[in-house]
Design a protein around this ligand. Structure first.
Ligand code: GLN
Length: 305
């Protein structure tokens, strides 16, 4: 299949949609981003890469980082992790507090904020003040790129405006599902959200999920095949918050979005695809990114269904 040609067709077809939707505006560093940007990269298990658009433009990976956190926590705690966070879709917005209250402080899944914060708390119990560095090391390792770093301006701004996330953490603490001090755990969580990557790096870094937990290029083993299966399943069912059903319906691949406008999708056994376009739909997922992935699976037939 001519993936390069398909990417170029998609870039052309999404042009009229660029600018629809709204960039995240809860912090200045995200609010000032040009909404009309577009980039899409594919990295295949055989090492071939295909790119279109602004594929070297770095952006804030935001909630895509929850995939790395879940990976590290699953590796550290195995199935015991599910005592503290479930794996069911929430059907609620990513930063919702209500469900957490009536479900006694156990978040629905590791991809809503509450779940990701509990995952960071679990990692903090293991790695203490090295938690963020461990996460960053994992991202660098999986991307085979030691230059990936954190955008400090975004991280500081997240911390300054993190009232809702602090509420989530404190609510979980009140239910006994939080083991460390809230502030350092949130610093680590905001730090991981503020990792800056481009689509080339993102698609490269998630390749272990397309190859049963082992990077097909460096042959580094990160997690077991069973764990890779679980992560992909949770991405499929929970990776887009209250639009996860719609993403599965349109795209038919495991995927994870971030409010920075990135989405990562996995074609098991074949490739990882990263797309970036900052304007978001109502559920906080890249509007054009979702469309681009929908076009990709329609044109190639490469959905899991
Ligand atoms: N930093 C954001 C937050 O915690 C991440 C949310 C997202 O990407 N959906 O609110």
């Amino acid at each position: 299949m001519n993936y390069q040609k398909i990417l170029e067709e998609i870039a052309e077809e999404v042009q009229p949609l660029l600018g629809q939707g709204k960039v995240a505006d809860y912090i200045p560093a995200l609010a000032e981003i040009d909404p009309k940007q577009f980039a899409m990269s594919i990295t295949c298990n055989d090492g071939n890469v295909y790119h279109t658009g602004l594929t070297s433009t770095k952006f804030s990976i935001q909630s895509i980082s929850k995939v790395y956190g879940f990976t590290l926590a699953l590796r550290a705690y195995k199935a015991k992790l599910y005592d503290r966070v479930w794996r069911e879709p929430s059907g609620d917005p990513f930063n919702s507090l209500v469900q957490l209250e009536y479900e006694a402080g156990i978040p629905r899944n590791p991809f809503i904020n509450a779940g990701a914060i509990v995952v960071t708390d679990a990692l903090y119990s293991r790695y203490q003040e090295q938690t963020l560095q461990e996460l960053l090391n994992f991202v660098r390792d999986s991307a085979d790129n030691s230059a990936i770093s954190i955008d400090k301006r975004v991280a500081n701004s997240e911390m300054e405006h993190g009232f809702r996330n602090m509420s989530l953490a404190n609510l979980m603490k009140s239910f006994g599902n939080f083991n460390n001090d809230v502030t350092p755990v949130l610093e680590a969580y905001f730090g991981q959200c503020s990792i800056a990557m481009n689509t080339e790096e993102l698609s490269r870094s998630m390749l272990y999920l397309a190859n049963n937990g082992t990077d097909p290029i460096t042959h580094k083993n990160f997690i077991t095949p069973a764990q890779a299966k679980r992560i992909n399943a949770v991405m499929l069912t929970c990776g887009h918050y209250d639009a996860s059903g719609d993403f599965a319906f349109r795209v038919g691949l495991p995927g994870k979005s971030g409010v920075g406008g990135g989405i990562i999708a996995v074609v098991p056994g074949k490739m990882s695809i990263a797309v970036f376009s900052p304007a978001l739909n109502e559920q906080g997922n890249s509007l054009v990114g979702t469309k681009a992935l929908e076009l990709f699976t329609t044109k190639t037939g490469l959905s899991i269904f």
